[in-house]
Design a protein around this ligand. Structure first.
Ligand SMILES: Cc1ncc(COP(=O)(O)O)c(C=O)c1O
Length: 400
């Protein structure tokens, strides 16, 4: 028996964090590296939010709080769900965690037993399968092809459901593809779930506010009220409010589930940072006008990146509806040879050679369960993005 637990041996460290770290190390060595692997906005946290945190510190709000959130934050979250999603939740139906990741972790660890299946549409956010496996469950991947805009199709969902299915995880707008489900597309999915009452739905709405071209965001519990009693609607302040380092995420759902999640959190981290919770109260209750302002910038960058990537030889980049990622195909580069003399046999080879030749760090699609693609985060300055895309064009042009 090894010292490290079997459950830990089942999982992998986050590929996105690993690549970001590799780019950071290369930069520290003085290499000219552009990191497009990190999943966080480059914008600073708005001042009113920072001030709320400073005020909380000064007022001595620096002690333990209720495990799954202060009443003021739960109230702000309930108001947010009502205002933005038309959803009625009581504070007792809300759980606040240390980032959206902990909320997801709590929900899966609190409910998944060995043998349970969790449907994960691919391409997926890197952490879903590993958390499912840590809990002893089996991730069941359903390919969502580029032809279907990387979105789960009702017929494919129907085929994937078995008596062992516990959850479907739905992420819109998606990390890594940026794909977001329109109301009718969501309804097609929820219609399937209505027929299978044993399947719960976890909607990861982390990128809710980051949608472009007048796309109207909707979430499943709003589209299909029949699913309200078996849906965990997850969200957080990390992305929309530029608060990735503050570590506040939340979920709302049936009280029974929320209580179970709180029980687990009480024996792990206890409450999320008291100061960050007060900052999140201000984020949700305060002015929201910086969100559309940021989105105008994000949209311009998205359009720039999509256009420039589509001019790179062998790359084909769809236009995503939201988030701050593009997920281009590098199928046209497979089988070619990089300037190093190494063959490009996979998307992993593509990103490795791209980093070596041009110092651009992107994440290979295999990390998100769909190849041959790669993910680029455009949450960085326009000049940097332009430079990075020129380097990608040059790299692709130099492949033989
Ligand atoms: C789809 C998705 N869900 C959840 C999270 C986790 O967010 P947080 O930083 O609040 O833990 C991320 C962060 O990258 C994400 O991309």
């Amino acid at each position: 028996m090894g010292f490290i637990s079997d459950s830990l041996n089942r999982i992998q460290p986050s590929a996105t964090i690993a690549i970001s770290n590799k780019a950071m190390v290369m930069k520290a060595e003085g290499k000219d590296v552009i990191g497009l692997a990190a999943g966080e906005p480059d914008f600073d946290t708005p001042d009113n939010i920072k001030e709320a945190a400073i005020a909380a510190i000064r007022a001595g709000k620096t002690k333990y709080t209720a495990v799954d959130g202060i009443p003021e934050l739960k109230k702000a979250i309930c108001a947010k769900f009502k205002r933005e999603n038309g959803l009625d939740y009581k504070p007792s139906q809300v759980s606040v965690g240390t980032g959206g990741k902990q909320v997801l972790f709590n929900a899966l660890m609190a409910t998944v037993n060995p043998g349970d299946e969790v449907i994960v549409p691919a391409p997926y956010w890197v952490s879903y399968p590993d958390i499912v496996m840590l809990a002893g469950g089996t991730p069941v991947f359903v390919d969502c092809t580029v032809e279907h805009g990387f979105k789960l199709q009702a017929a494919d969902l129907e085929k994937a459901i078995t008596p062992k299915t516990k959850w479907l995880i739905l992420n819109s707008p998606s990390n890594p593809s940026g794909a977001a489900y329109a109301r009718a597309e969501l309804k097609a999915i929820t219609d399937v779930l209505v027929k299978h009452p044993h399947v719960w739905l976890l909607t990861d709405d982390m990128y809710e506010h980051l949608v472009y071209d007048d796309f109207e965001f909707t979430t499943a519990a709003q589209v299909e009220p029949k699913l309200y009693d078996r849906t965990l609607t997850m969200n957080g302040v990390s992305k929309s409010y530029c608060m990735t380092g503050w570590r506040i995420g939340y979920g709302a759902g049936p009280e029974m589930l929320i209580k179970a999640m709180s029980k687990l959190q009480s024996q792990s981290t206890s409450n999320p940072s008291s100061i960050a919770q007060w900052a999140a109260v201000e984020a949700l209750n305060g002015p929201q006008d910086f969100i559309p302002a940021n989105n105008t910038v994000f949209k311009k960058r998205r359009d720039l990146v999509v256009s420039m990537l589509n001019q790179a030889k062998g790359i084909s980049c769809p236009v995503p509806e939201g988030a701050f990622y593009v997920y281009p195909s590098c199928a046209g580069t497979i089988g070619k040879t990089a300037p190093s003399g190494n063959a490009i046999r996979s998307d992993e080879d593509f990103v490795t050679e791209l980093l070596a030749a041009e110092g651009v760090a992107a994440v290979h699609g295999a990390a998100f369960g769909m190849s041959p693609f790669f993910r680029i985060s455009y949450a960085t300055g326009t000049d940097v993005l332009e430079d990075a895309c020129k380097r990608i064009q040059r790299f692709c042009g130099n492949l033989r």
